[in-house]
Ligand binder design. Structure first.
Ligand SMILES: [Zn+2]
Length: 330
């Protein structure tokens, strides 16, 4: 079995966080911007810890300044994902970085990204959708125009709304206004919770934002009653084990709770989060899960089926993706 060839669905991928360092370096050179401090000598991204990671991420992202830049980024990321067998990707996209959450500017960025995504689907067979994401450490007031961008462009390629950023800032409920606006526009909801924050952050996400998926969510393992609630309410976790290991949420792969959560009956999926930052790919995640937890083709198939069921896309797209999963021999 070639793990690279297995068809994969990825639900948790930050578009800028997936930017190949070579693309960002090349763009910085074209624009004569000096961001050499964000790179190691070997050319990869350089950061010390989670807060430093966020600042390196924002510095790297600062070279992406136009809709055309985002189209190039989208193309590069989808090519990379398709080369690892990914057949469907959901991107976190941030109007904050695309025109400062101005709806008119956002429409132009979105148009360029959507065109690139459509081209990639035609040429490489990889489908995708966008989840507009507010940045938690920018504060609740900044989230409102972001949610308006999401609501104004809901439908089509944009099918979800979410929140990323520094989970230690404020509470999930501080952003309820924005999540309510997105829900009323018909968008599906997810938020980062239970990555750095404990069970309380997960409980707040469910109670105050009424999300159907959680970004990470793994810290829920500390509270088994809450684990049972996730199962009862059919909440799906977007688990990114490699990200958790590199950032130090867990010290080693064999200490990661993905297997324990799955064994208790929680619906888990597998994603890379910000792959070049964490020196990972979907293939690498699969290899580690096979090595550490003994996952086989049938386990990966089950994970893909869970991701398909939880995907924020329409029924026709799901039917096409289901055919691709079925076609692949187990
Ligand atoms: Zn994330």
């Amino acid at each position: 079995m070639s793990l690279r060839d297995l068809p994969k669905l990825e639900l948790h991928l930050h578009l800028e966080g997936a930017a190949p360092p070579s693309l960002i370096r090349g763009m910085a050179k074209e624009k004569s911007v000096d961001i050499s401090r964000v790179f190691c000598e070997d050319g990869s991204y350089d950061f010390r810890d989670f807060v430093h990671f966020l600042s390196v991420y924002e510095a790297a992202t600062s070279v992406l300044k136009s809709p055309e830049d985002y189209a190039r980024l989208m193309t590069a990321v989808l090519e990379e994902s398709a080369s690892h067998g990914v057949i469907y990707t959901e991107f976190f996209v941030s109007p904050d970085f695309c025109g400062g959450s101005d709806v008119t500017a956002w429409r132009e960025y979105l148009h360029a990204m959507e065109e690139a995504a459509t081209r990639a689907e035609a040429q490489l067979g990889i489908a995708s959708r966008g989840i507009v994401t507010c940045i938690r450490h920018f504060g609740p007031d900044k989230a409102k125009p972001t949610a308006l961008c999401a609501a104004e462009t809901a439908g089509g390629w944009i099918t979800g709304f979410g929140m990323g950023g520094d989970e230690s800032v404020g509470h999930q409920g501080d952003y309820a206004y924005s999540f309510d606006m997105a829900r009323e526009a018909g968008l599906r909801l997810t938020t980062h919770a239970g990555e750095w924050g404990g069970p309380t952050s997960v409980r707040e996400a469910l109670d105050d934002l009424k999300v159907e998926r959680l970004g990470h969510g793994v810290q829920v393992i500390q509270d088994l009653a809450l684990v049972d609630r996730l199962i009862e309410e059919d909440i799906v976790l977007e688990v990114c084990p490699g990200s958790n290991i590199v950032l130090g949420v867990y010290p080693k792969w064999d200490r990661h709770p993905i297997q324990a959560l799955r064994e208790r009956g929680v619906k888990v999926t597998v994603s890379t989060d910000d792959p070049p930052f964490f020196h990972t790919t979907m293939t690498r995640e699969y290899e580690q899960l096979a090595r550490v937890f003994g996952w086989r083709a049938s386990d990966f198939h089950e994970i893909s089926q869970t991701a398909l069921d939880a995907a924020f896309c329409d029924a026709d797209t799901k039917a096409r993706l289901a055919d691709k999963l079925k076609d692949h021999p187990q």
